[in-house]
Write a protein that binds this ligand. Structure first.
Ligand SMILES: Cc1ncc(C[n+]2csc(CCOP(=O)(O)OP(=O)(O)O)c2C)c(N)n1
Ligand code: SF4
Length: 284
């Protein structure tokens, strides 16, 4: 399988192009870029389509599972990781990807996220963080930056926002990375690594929602939002060298955790194997 793939090949090999299109995404939405990056990552690793399961919750991001020609499950809001865990446990050979929006993963599904990380289940969580509930009209999510204006916080968001990377790191994920849809090649690199690692991997993809977030803040057009990504993101290595006062407003991207701990499914089946062997020896 050739490592490079053209847009036309993506459409014909990986999308349900003759069934599920046109798509519902707004012009300028970054979600499609994340999907393209995921497809190219899977293609470059040479993973057969039948070995991939994309599990999604509900949201504009959740719709992406409908468009791809892998095994797909479009589940309920916030529960993608529960379904993904069950699928991985029943067939550990599968590459299971839970595709979630920031509302999906950090709000209603936040509990699932921390426990999937704690358990280190062999699933890749791909979190499309657009700072807002896109599909339902622009309500604040736990990732909405403090001070920004949303439909539910017209005078400014008072809550602090979650740092997805810190959350996943603190909860024990094996691999944690952040990228943006402006820095597509870097995003693809971390996605490939996340798919290769055992255990729970988290990739936060920062993606613009000009329709529900940008317009209410200072980003009137999709282009303004992409310029914001370009000017805000900085590699984690360079970020760590900055003095504290220069870090304000900058967003580190790159790899934050990279471990090789075996996933829950591996440990579970090893334990089961041990029991079976012991029982074959008459319990000794
Ligand atoms: C149990 C449940 N609660 C609420 C909803 C309504 N709902 C659908 S999508 C969504 C938010 C989507 O936001 P996000 O997960 O950030 O994804 P985005 O649309 O921004 O990609 C909500 C609250 C639902 N479908 N099910
Ligand atoms: S509402 Fe926002 S997240 Fe949803 S499709 Fe439009 S730009 Fe994308």
């Amino acid at each position: 399988m050739s490592k490079n793939i053209t847009g036309n090949e993506i459409i014909h090999q990986y999308l349900r192009h003759n069934k599920k299109f046109p798509h519902v995404l707004c012009a300028g939405c970054g979600h499609g870029i994340v999907l393209g990056t995921l497809i190219r990552s899977i293609h470059s690793l040479g993973i057969p389509k039948d070995d991939v399961v994309v599990v999604a919750g509900i949201g504009c991001s959740g719709r992406l599972a409908v468009y791809v020609d892998f095994n797909t499950v479009h589940t309920t809001h916030g529960r993608a990781l529960s379904f993904a865990t069950g699928i991985k446990m029943s067939n550990p050979k599968l590459h299971v990807i839970a595709l979630m929006g920031d509302g999906d993963a950090l709000s209603i599904g936040g509990n699932h996220l921390i426990h999937a990380a704690r358990r280190n289940i062999g699933v890749t969580a791909l979190i499309l963080n657009n700072s807002i509930y896109g599909m339902t009209g622009g309500q604040s999510s736990p990732a909405t930056p403090e001070g920004s204006t949303t439909m539910t916080n017209p005078y400014g968001q008072l809550d602090h926002s979650f740092d997805t990377v810190d959350l996943a790191k603190g909860a024990g994920a094996n691999y944690v990375a952040r990228g943006t849809v402006f820095h597509v090649n870097r995003l693809e690199t971390v996605m490939v690594e996340a798919l290769e690692r055992p255990g729970f991997s988290v990739v936060e993809a920062i993606t613009p929602c000009h329709t529900q977030y940008g317009r209410k803040n200072k980003y009137k057009t999709p282009v303004d939002m992409y310029k914001w990504l370009k000017s805000t993101a900085i590699t984690v290595e360079r970020y760590n060298e900055l003095p504290e006062e220069k870090r304000e407003g900058r967003m580190p991207i790159g790899v934050f955790v990279d471990r090789q701990q075996p996933g829950f499914e591996e440990r579970y089946y090893a334990m089961q194997d041990g029991f079976l062997k012991r029982s074959a020896r008459g319990g000794k």
